[in-house]
Ligand binder design. Structure first.
Ligand code: 2XP
Ligand code: FE2
Length: 305
């Protein structure tokens, strides 16, 4: 099948390992009593929406696969290993087993290269898939019954500036869309990042003790609310316009380009993203959001009315 693929949903799908920890799936070794329910209920609502959709593949852009020369894509059909979070090994020791849609990954590689981006297929069969990719995929689709495409973050913010990163990431998004269309895939896209990212540097004796969980400070909350307002109003170009200041003020993980990639791939939606949940994790702001371009009432192809 080829030529009539589409993006059926785009999601903001943050990856705090705490959320997997609190869900107690069999793949994760540590056990939790509870924790971060507002966010986990948000993911539950996102999953219910995705269950209504017919799709072939999850395409995920992760801030924690950091490649300093160009954008890399997982290029091996199957991965199986243990993922241990380097910062939270007490919360996340996860046995993963996943398959990759290598044909789509190669198509994105080729489209990106043809658009002038530096692209590379990652062919090491012993590669350890990053925990950002794993957490976002697990929380969005815990059955692990769909192949994924994993895309790295090329750190253009660190090398150049947020503005250069955004140019590259939106171009990568457009290349991703062209590849999805050309290969005939029905794809769900995951932008694996939190919003504000200032966080506490010590942990409660019981990590899931929610009496200790709150936003790092009020200014971070105000920024998160502003970003969520733009998302819900379908003002995605403004979202990109304010992102340099947002990233500077909140040290946001959006600096990785995941959200700019998503907006580029979805052609800057002028319809609202649906907010499924908001909550903090060690003080960082996290929103779970879905954009559904094929929903009734959403004009395909965008364009302000
Ligand atoms: O520190 C990070 O980048 C994480 N993703 C882990 C923790 C909490 C995030 O919200
Ligand atoms: Fe992170």
């Amino acid at each position: 099948m080829s030529g009539n693929g589409s993006i059926v949903a785009g999601c903001l799908a943050p990856h705090p390992p705490h959320l997997v920890y609190a869900e107690n799936p069999p793949q994760n070794e540590p056990r939790a009593e509870c924790g971060w329910e507002p966010l986990r209920w948000g993911y539950e609502r996102l999953r219910a929406q995705l269950d209504q959709l017919d799709f072939d593949v999850l395409v995920v852009h992760s801030p924690h696969w950091q490649t300093y020369i160009g954008t890399h894509l997982l290029g091996v059909p199957d991965f199986k290993s243990l993922s241990v979070d380097p910062v939270f090994p007490n919360l996340f020791r996860f046995q993963y087993e996943l398959s990759v849609d290598v044909e789509l990954a190669e198509a994105i590689h080729d489209e990106g290269r043809d658009a002038g981006l530096v692209m590379k297929m990652m062919r090491n069969p012993d590669f350890r898939v990053d925990y950002g990719t794993i957490v976002s995929c697990h929380m969005s689709r815990p059955a692990w019954d769909k192949p994924i495409v994993g895309i790295s973050s090329c750190r253009a913010t660190s090398y150049y500036s947020v503005e250069v990163m955004q140019e590259q990431a939106t171009e990568l998004g457009r290349a991703t869309l062209r590849a999805i269309e050309a290969t005939g895939r029905k794809a769900v896209l995951l932008s694996s990042n939190s919003l504000s990212h200032r966080h506490f540097t010590t942990e409660a004796p019981v990590p899931e003790d929610m009496s200790r969980e709150h936003i790092y400070h009020h200014g971070q909350y105000l920024w998160d609310m502003r970003m969520i307002e733009l998302i819900r109003a379908g003002r995605s170009r403004e979202l990109i316009d304010v992102m340099p200041e947002f990233i500077e003020q909140t040290v946001s993980e959006a600096d990785a380009g995941s959200l700019a990639w998503l907006m580029g791939a979805m052609d800057f939606p002028d319809y609202g993203g649906e907010l499924f949940g908001y909550g903090t994790v060690i003080g960082t702001g996290n929103a779970v959001v879905g954009w559904f371009p094929q929903r009734d009432g959403v004009a395909a192809g965008g364009g302000a009315s």
